[in-house]
Design a protein around this ligand. Structure first.
Ligand SMILES: Cc1cc2nc3c(=O)[nH]c(=O)nc-3n(C[C@H](O)[C@H](O)[C@H](O)COP(=O)(O)OP(=O)(O)OC[C@H]3O[C@@H](n4cnc5c(N)ncnc54)[C@H](O)[C@@H]3O)c2cc1C
Length: 416
């Protein structure tokens, strides 16, 4: 199928895009084109060879490439065309999409639906305001190291410092070790490890990696290549010899296609704002996966993709439409963001649609906190008191949201 004949264009062949395509085909949709600018389908997981990918979606312990193989096996090439080395350049109202690819050249396509699943990108060090010199070699982001290792590009360094302590930082610890780097230290600005406590314990005691918390990089030394870093923390300043610094954790949605598309961008997440069906503010354009917010697991991204696929089918069958007729969900003090940002009444739609799982974040760690949901000032649901950790997803049962009827919706978190 050539791009001009596509009914549905999915941008991004990561877990979200591939799961969306599979679910669309499963609902009887045809002429589905998935484009990806990379030279293989699979998105970020294809660069991560350690296990822990896709669990929520497949309920299997798989590596990143294992998950990708599973997702690709589910696609019927007679119905779904995957065009690699093919980039979406612009999305405009219509929807209309400009695509440039190694096989198709530069084409303008007017499909009935566009599904955006472009994932995340990392902010470079320059955007993170890290002080110190700018040695020509030895400063990497997790994404760069991941790709070098996966593509067999030799990593020149021997001793690395990892900046960040969230899930991805621990994932890159394994990748760095695999590449032959000795990890001299992990450095975190926060007063605790931002990933699971067990990850910190395993790094410290099984891998012998010192973790410096409440600490920041004050200086990076070296001219040709990194020679050391100076940290500033509760124990004062200390200089750690190393030839590589790996920056992790500063991810933002890859929202390059949003300007000019007619899609509203959410202020905090910097991704498109969507309703529970994945509908953006632009007619015929849906979004799924980490583009919605940085960063959740590959399993969650795949679930979102699959559900958006179902909802696209409902749209094409005339059951969902635009304008979205959805009320915005206000997040009160103590909460950072909620995705989806809008909730539409769904009475009568039954199993034809599937709501996205809710991604919700608190701004601070609270030992015992209670999450509550109200509509027009009336309590709809109140959670059990539980420990909340900032940067960790908070659970909100779908059943609570199903009771909403389109009024003024508010979420808040209070110490219990
Ligand atoms: C270092 C690291 C470690 C991780 N470890 C884990 C882990 O252990 N377990 C886990 O579950 N998750 C992990 N994750 C998270 C996981 O990778 C993501 O949740 C998942 O990849 C999100 O899927 P996605 O489809 O939304 O986006 P992605 O996988 O990022 O896929 C997006 C795709 O869109 C393509 N694209 C973007 N823009 C365009 C365009 N304009 N035109 C065409 N194509 C485009 C990209 O090439 C890419 O292939 C990790 C992430 C990182 C960075």
């Amino acid at each position: 199928m050539t791009p001009e004949h596509a009914d549905i264009v999915v941008v991004g062949a990561g877990p979200a895009g591939l799961a969306a395509a599979a679910s669309l085909a499963g609902r009887g949709m045809h002429r589905i084109l998935v484009v990806d600018r990379d030279d293989e389908a699979g998105g970020l997981p294809r660069f991560c060879h350690h296990p822990g990918f896709g669990w929520e979606y497949t309920h299997r312990l798989e590596s990143g490439p294992g998950l990708v193989r599973r997702l690709l096996r589910a696609l019927d090439p007679g119905i779904i065309t995957i065009a690699i080395r093919t980039s979406a350049l612009a999305v405009r109202p219509g929807p209309e999409i400009d695509i440039v690819g190694i096989e198709c050249g530069h084409v303008r396509v007017r499909p009935r639906v566009v599904v955006l699943a472009t994932g995340i990108r990392e902010r470079p060090r320059s955007a993170r305001l890290v002080p110190g010199r700018r040695p020509a070699e030895g400063i990497l982001t997790t994404g760069q190291l991941q790709q070098m290792v996966a593509r067999g590009v030799p990593v020149k360094g021997r001793r690395a410092v990892v900046v960040g302590t969230e899930h991805v930082a621990f994932s890159i610890l394994l990748t760095a070790r695999h590449a032959g780097l000795e990890i001299m230290a992990m450095v975190g600005a926060e007063d605790r490890v931002m990933s699971y406590a067990g990850a910190g314990l395993a790094a410290r005691f099984l891998m012998g990696v010192p973790i410096h918390l409440s600490s920041k990089i004050e200086d990076i030394h070296g001219s040709e290549r990194v020679e050391s870093v100076t940290l500033c923390g509760p124990a004062g300043t200390r200089t750690i010899p190393c030839d590589t610094v790996i920056f992790s954790g500063d991810f933002i949605p890859d929202a390059a296609l949003l300007p000019g598309s007619g899609i509203d961008i959410a202020r905090v997440t910097a991704g498109p704002s969507v309703d529970q069906f994945g509908r953006t503010s632009a007619v015929g354009v849906f979004a799924a996966g980490n583009l919605l917010r940085a960063v959740e697991t590959s399993g969650l991204a795949a679930i979102e993709g699959a559900r958006v696929g179902t909802n696209v089918a409902a749209y094409l069958e005339g059951m969902l439409g635009w304008p979205r007729d959805a009320a915005s969900i206000r997040v009160g003090d103590g909460l950072s963001y909620v995705v989806p940002q809008y909730w539409a009444p769904s009475a009568g739609l039954g199993g034809a649609v599937q709501a996205l799982p809710v991604s919700l974040r608190a701004l601070a760690d609270i030992r015992r906190a209670r999450l509550s949901l109200s509509e027009d000032g009336q309590a709809i649901w109140t959670g059990h008191p539980t420990k909340t950790l900032r940067h960790r997803r908070l659970a909100l049962p779908a059943a609570a949201l199903d009771r909403l009827r389109g009024g003024d919706i508010a979420l808040r978190i209070d110490p219990a």
